[in-house]
Design a protein around this ligand. Structure first.
Ligand SMILES: Cc1cc2nc3c(=O)[nH]c(=O)nc-3n(C[C@H](O)[C@H](O)[C@H](O)COP(=O)(O)O)c2cc1C
Length: 265
């Protein structure tokens, strides 16, 4: 499936995590079918896949420790699954999962990446997961309650969700005055990517022929790989680049680098 770049670029601006859903607003049949289709069709890597599950969403999120990740009344969820034999599985799952999240956003639905606080054994009982695979993250999906409850506001503040670091703290390489337009727009989109606890673990190296994403911080990881966050930023960067008319290819790189987006000449 080709990336619907303008649709997903708009969704990047619009998306933010929501955790409390409206129990009186089920997802309609057409939206469910569209979600299921994107889960099946947006699978750019052989080792990462997404599955929509419309039953037992409550039991997957139930019993969560503490308030971070407390998801209420989600009518469905999507599981993001990776084959752990693949060397870049975390990046691939982040990239793939964010495509599904952006399509859900474009469909008017709300989501929230959940990396730590879910019950993988219950997810695995609801979908087929092979011995080589792991459910690395899930997202609830549905229509959020119109206004944020105090509990949700608290979590948003905890993740300082709307704050993002300025590009000046994240970018090295070619000086800004030499950046072509697509670099500006793509880095801005990557900067807005969601990450676990909003840690934004990425930095960017701008070169004449592309942009490399690197892991910026060595701080501990909350049980969620920073490379998964970086996979999410990869997708944001590419969506914006394509929307600017600039296509390219990803090359995965060893740590602390993540991958280079090399533009097609
Ligand atoms: C890989 C990943 C894992 C996450 N895990 C959780 C989680 O377990 N619980 C939760 O409430 N939010 C989780 N989040 C949501 C982040 O806290 C949120 O994306 C971040 O604070 C930025 O806010 P925004 O998504 O509204 O832009 C996760 C996000 C990512 C990308």
């Amino acid at each position: 499936m080709d990336i619907p770049s303008s649709r997903w670029h708009l969704a990047i601006e619009k998306r933010r995590s929501r955790r409390h859903f409206d129990p009186n607003l089920p997802i309609g049949r057409a939206a469910l079918a569209a979600l299921d289709m994107v889960c099946n069709q947006f699978a750019p890597f052989p080792h990462a896949r997404s599955r929509l599950v419309t039953e037992s969403a409550k039991s997957v999120f139930k019993g969560i420790i503490g308030s971070y990740g407390k998801i209420k009344d989600a009518p469905a969820f999507i599981a993001f699954i990776g084959n752990m034999d693949a060397p870049f599985v975390q990046e691939e799952v982040g990239y793939t999962g964010e495509g599904i999240i952006l399509e859900a956003t474009a469909l008017g639905l709300n989501t929230c990446w959940v990396g730590g606080f879910f019950r993988p054994e219950i997810v695995a009982s609801l979908i087929e997961v092979s011995s080589k695979e792991r459910v690395l993250a899930i997202t609830p999906v549905g229509y959020a309650q119109e206004s944020e409850s105090w509990e949700e506001k608290l979590m948003t503040d905890f993740g300082r969700s709307r704050n993002r670091l300025p590009l000046s703290k994240l970018v090295r390489g070619l000086p800004r005055e030499r950046w072509p337009d697509w670099v500006n727009v793509s880095l801005e989109a990557a900067r807005l990517a969601p990450s676990a606890t909003n840690r934004q673990p990425w930095s960017f190296d701008v070169q004449d022929d592309g942009i490399t994403i690197l892991v910026r911080t060595m701080r501990p990881g909350f049980n969620v790989s920073k490379r998964l966050d970086c996979g999410i930023a990869m997708l944001h960067l590419e969506v914006a680049a394509i929307d600017c008319g600039c296509k390219g290819e990803w090359e995965f790189l060893p740590s602390p680098q993540v991958a280079k987006f090399k533009i097609r000449s």
